[in-house]
Design a binder for this molecule. Sequence first.
Ligand code: FE2
Length: 235
Amino acid sequence: MTHPQGPVLAADRRGFLLASAGLAAGVALGGLPRRAQAAPLALPPLPFADNALAPVISANTLGFHYGKHHMGYLTNLNKLIAGTELAELPLEKIVAAVAGKADKVGIFNNAAQTWNHSFYWKSLKPQGGGEPPAALKQMMEASFGSVEACKKELAATAVGQFASGWGWLVADGGKLKVVKTGNADTPLTSSMKPLLTIDVWEHAYYLDYQNRRADYVNAVIDKLINWEFALHNLG
Ligand SMILES: [Fe+2]
């Protein structure tokens, strides 16, 4: 980093004024220049009204889940990265930059949870479920034998995730797979391409289903899952 006094001392009066003006907005403590503070990451709007997924997911659940939990992860992330080089990066690159680093677990957890939740909202839609688009259906049949078998494995995997986590439909080496991740972990940091996800943290369903995770997962797959989003992610 160039010390500000170097070019300023060599400059004429006009240059000094220009340099001073340029630094004024970004002078850090200690007089060293820094880049302008990056804008905090913003919470993407929900892609539907908060009552649009009822009765499968109530407006009450959505209000807490999006407005408190998702927002909470984002708020924590913005605090943790403020003033660091990470604040200059898009969310996906933050997740990749800190994945697997023991001293960055807090940042990873909040960044990955922020990303996972934005992806989860897009994985749902009012009047979802039903017949997948033809191109996705063909891949499901090639990978699982049938659409029903794919849905069954997705449900079993999401329900079977021990404690908090996520069930995912992913693309891996030209095939579809179903995987689960614990806590904040995400296939985003793997070679697999995430296509859609189901949040199985208790906060995703407990107000509506209490301990009946399977009822929540099956209702989501039958009535809300956004197969078009999965096809879009296949690229
Ligand atoms: Fe969640």
